[in-house]
Design a protein around this ligand. Structure first.
Ligand code: HEC
Length: 613
C-alpha cells in the first residue's frame, strides 16, 4: 500500500506557517491535486460520469462529501487518504466551508421510547416486504395491503419526513412490516422507524453502505429478523425487535464485489445477489482488468451458512494477455446481478437478470435472464438478450486511450432490474423484464425461457433504458424509462403500460418537462410500484407521480426538491429519485428522495411518508 501522508503533512505544515489567504490558495491547489490523482478519472465533468460530476458535487455540503469518503459509497476509494485530505477535498468540491456545528446529530427525542405500541412478531397485516412485496418481484400491492384506493391517491399529503445525517443519496427502498418501517442508507445505517410517526426504534451500523431493500422473515429463535447485504458483500441477520445482530457472513471474497440488490427469502433460504464495483475501475489503464464475477449465494436464514453459490460466468478468470500499456489483463469477468432474485415456487427455480461482461472471453450468460435450480444452484437455462457486450469504464469516450476497453462499441446493456413472474388468468405464466437497451421482454418460464415478445420503448445506453425496474399487476406491465443524460436535459423519460401476454403498448405517458429548473433531468430511473388503479414512478427531476393504470393520466404529483423539517431534527432536502421506488402499505406511501450519481443530478437525503388527510 502506498501512503501519501508524509508529503501531505509536509505540505500542510508549510501551508500552516503561511498567511491565511496563502493557506486558502495552497489548500485549493493541494485539493485539486488530490482530486486529480484519486478522483478525476471517474468524477471529471462530462455526461458520461457515472459518479457525480463537478456540478453535482458542488450541490452537496462538505459534510455530505466527507461522509461519502469516510464511511459511505467512496470509503474504499478514499481509504488511502488522511482525514485532513478528505476534509480538504470536501470543502474544495462543495465550494463551501464546513459548518461549525457537528453534522446534524440525531436528538434523543427522535427515538420512540414508549410512545408507540408493542412489537408485532408476525408478518400478518399490511406489508411491503423486501424488494417486490412477494418473491415474484411484481412490486404489486393488493387493495387490502395498500389500504389506499385510486380515488384517494390525489388527496395524499406529506405526513412526516426523516433525514439521513450527512448523506447525499437516499435510494434504499423502504420496507413496511407490522407497522414498522425498515430502511438502509449508503453510509451503512439501517433504521427501524415507526411507520405512523417516523420515530426511531433502533439503528444498526453495518460495515458498509446498504443500498437494497431489507427482507423480513423468521430468524433464529423464532422472532422476526431483518436480512440485508452491504457494499462489501457482507450479509446480515438482525433481530427486528431489538436491532441486535444475529449473524453476519461475507458471501464473496473478491475485494470489490458488492450487494446492491435485496436478498430474497424463500422457505428459510436467502438468495443473495452479487455484483461488483469493478466495472468502473478499468478507466485506469494500470488496473488489471478484470476478475470479479456476479452470482447468487444461497444462505441458510437461521445460521448464515452457505448452501450454494453459483457464478453467472462458469469459467474462472485467467490471464488473457497485456493491454497496450503493458498491464496484465484477466477474463472472463462481469455478469453482475444488481437486483433482487425472483422465486418460482412451482418449478423451484430462482430467476435473475445479469449485467454485461467486463472482459473477454464473452459469456452466454451475460445481459441475460438466467434460471437457477433452487436446491442446487445449477444454471438450468439462460436467455441472452444482447450478445458480445464486453464493456467497462475504459470504453467511455473520455477514457485514456481505451487501454482496457475490450469492445469499443459494446453497448453496456445490463439487466439491472429484477425479472417479474406473473400468473395470468387461465393459468398461463409470463416472466417479464426490462433492459438498459430500452427494450422490455416477455419470456415463457414454463418453456425454458422461450422469448415470447420484445417491445422497444426508447433508446438505451450506458446509463439509460430500463434501470431499476418495472412493476406488473395481473394484466399489464408498467415500464419507466431513462432516455436523457446530463444536468439540463429537456426531454426523456416516460412510462408505458404493456399487455403482459403480447407486449403490445396500451398507453404511454411522456415525462412532463422540467421547465426552468436547473439542474434537472426528466428521466425515470427509479423502480415502479403499483396498487389497483394507480402506478407510482419517481423521476430524476425529483417528482413522485401517480398515474392511472387505465389510461396513464397523472393523478398525483409531489415535487420533493425542497427542504423538509424532519421528525429526527436532521436538516434534509429531496432531490433526484432513483434506485428503490415507492413502498405502499396500510394507507401510506413511503419513498426516499436524493440521488447524486448514475444519471441522478440532484443530491438529497430524505425519506418521505404520505397519507390521506
Ligand atoms: C473508479 C471510479 C471512482 C473513483 C476513483 C472515485 N469515485 Fe466517487 N463515485 C464513483 C461512482 C461510480 C459513484 C456512484 C456511487 C456508487 O456507485 O457506489 C461515486 C459516488 C461518489 C459520491 C457520492 C456518494 C453518494 O452517496 O451520493 C461522492 C461524494 C464521491 N463519489 C466523491 C469521490 C471523491 C472525492 C473521490 C476521490 C477521493 C472519488 N469519489 C473517487 C466512482 C469513483
Amino acid at each position: 500500500m502506498k501512503f501519501r501522508l508524509p508529503s501531505l503533512l509536509k505540505a500542510m505544515l508549510a501551508i500552516c506557517s503561511a498567511s491565511a489567504s496563502l493557506y486558502a490558495q495552497d489548500a485549493a491547489k493541494l485539493a485539486a491535486e488530490v482530486f486529480g490523482s484519486n478522483c478525476a478519472s471517474c468524477h471529471d465533468a462530462g455526461p458520461d460520469s457515472r459518479g457525480p460530476n463537478r456540478a453535482t458535487l458542488r450541490q452537496m455540503s462538505p459534510e455530505q462529501i466527507f461522509t461519502a469518503l469516510d464511511k459511505g459509497a467512496m470509503a474504499r476509494q478514499a481509504s488511502q487518504l488522511a482525514t485532513a485530505e478528505k476534509r480538504l477535498l470536501a470543502e474544495y468540491l462543495a465550494e463551501k466551508k464546513f459548518s461549525s456545528l457537528p453534522p446534524s446529530p440525531i436528538p434523543a427525542t427522535a427515538y420512540c421510547g414508549d410512545s408507540v405500541g408493542p412489537f408485532q412478531n408476525s408478518l400478518a397485516g399490511p406489508a411491503w416486504n423486501g424488494w417486490g412485496v412477494t418473491g415474484s418481484n411484481s412490486r404489486f400491492q393488493d387493495a387490502a395491503g395498500a389500504g389506499l384506493s385510486a380515488d384517494s391517491v390525489p388527496r395524499l399529503k406529506l405526513k412526516w419526513a426523516f433525514g439521513f445525517p450527512g448523506e447525499s443519496t437516499a435510494s434504499s427502498q423502504p420496507v413496511v412490516v407490522g407497522g414498522r418501517l425498515y430502511v438502509g442508507s449508503v453510509a451503512g445505517n439501517v433504521y427501524s422507524l415507526d411507520a405512523g410517526t417516523g420515530c426511531i426504534h433502533w439503528m444498526f451500523e453495518a460495515k458498509a453502505g446498504v443500498r437494497g431493500a431489507v427482507t423480513i422473515g423468521k430468524g433464529p429463535g423464532g422472532e422476526l429478523a431483518v436480512f440485508f447485504g452491504d457494499l462489501e458483500t457482507n450479509v446480515y441477520a438482525v433481530n427486528a425487535r431489538t436491532g441486535k445482530q444475529l449473524w453476519q457472513v461475507r458471501v464473496d471474497d473478491h475485494p470489490i464485489t458488492r450487494v446492491t440488490g435485496s436478498p430474497t427469502l424463500y422457505e428459510g433460504t436467502l438468495y443473495v445477489p452479487i455484483a461488483s464495483r469493478e466495472e468502473s475501475q478499468p478507466g485506469n489503464p494500470k488496473y488489471e482488468c478484470c476478475t470479479a464475477r456476479g452470482g447468487i449465494a444461497a444462505v441458510d436464514a437461521r445460521t448464515g451458512k452457505q448452501r450454494w453459490k453459483t457464478y453467472t460466468i462458469a469459467e474462472a478468470p485467467h490471464p488473457i494477455g497485456k493491454n497496450p500499456e503493458g498491464t496484465q489483463m484477466y477474463g472472463p469477468a462481469g455478469g453482475g446481478i444488481w437486483s433482487s432474485p425472483t422465486v418460482d415456487p412451482k418449478l423451484k427455480r430462482i430467476y435473475a437478470g445479469t449485467g454485461n461482461n467486463y472482459s473477454q472471453p464473452v459469456a452466454r450468460t451475460t445481459d441475460a435472464i438466467v434460471a437457477f435450480d433452487m436446491k442446487t444452484g445449477k444454471i438450468l437455462w439462460a436467455r441472452q438478450s444482447t450478445a458480445g457486450d464486453v464493456w467497462n469504464g475504459s470504453c467511455l469516450a473520455r477514457s485514456q486511450n481505451h487501454a482496457n476497453c475490450p469492445v469499443l462499441d459494446a453497448p453496456d446493456f445490463d439487466y439491472g432490474s429484477s425479472p417479474v413472474l406473473v400468473n395470468l388468468p387461465g393459468g398461463r405464466r409470463m416472466l417479464v423484464a426490462g433492459q438498459k437497451s430500452g427494450v422490455a421482454h416477455g419470456f415463457d418460464p414454463d418453456a425454458e425461457g422461450k422469448v415470447i415478445w420484445d417491445q422497444p420503448l426508447g433508446h438505451g445506453g450506458f446509463d439509460e433504458g430500463v434501470i431499476w425496474g418495472p412493476a406488473a399487476d395481473n394484466e399489464k406491465m408498467y415500464v419507466a424509462l431513462d432516455t436523457a443524460a446530463g444536468h439540463e436535459a429537456k426531454q426523456g423519460g416516460g412510462i408505458w403500460a404493456l399487455d403482459l401476454l403480447t407486449g403490445r403498448r396500451i398507453w404511454g405517458t411522456p415525462a412532463p418537462s422540467c421547465g426552468d429548473r436547473k439542474p434537472c433531468n426528466p428521466s425515470q430511473t427509479a423502480a415502479v410500484s403499483v396498487i389497483p388503479g394507480v402506478v407510482f414512478s419517481g423521476s430524476n427531476d425529483g417528482h413522485m407521480r401517480g398515474y392511472s393504470t387505465a389510461d396513464g393520466k397523472i393523478i398525483w404529483d409531489f415535487d420533493t426538491v425542497r427542504e423538509f423539517s424532519t421528525v429526527n431534527g436532521v436538516a434534509a432536502k429531496g432531490g433526484s429519485m432513483s434506485g428503490g421506488g415507492a413502498a405502499i402499505a396500510g394507507g401510506m406511501v413511503f419513498t426516499n428522495s436524493g440521488y447524486s450519481h448514475h444519471g441522478g443530478v440532484i443530491p438529497g437525503n430524505v425519506l418521505l411518508a404520505f397519507g390521506v388527510e
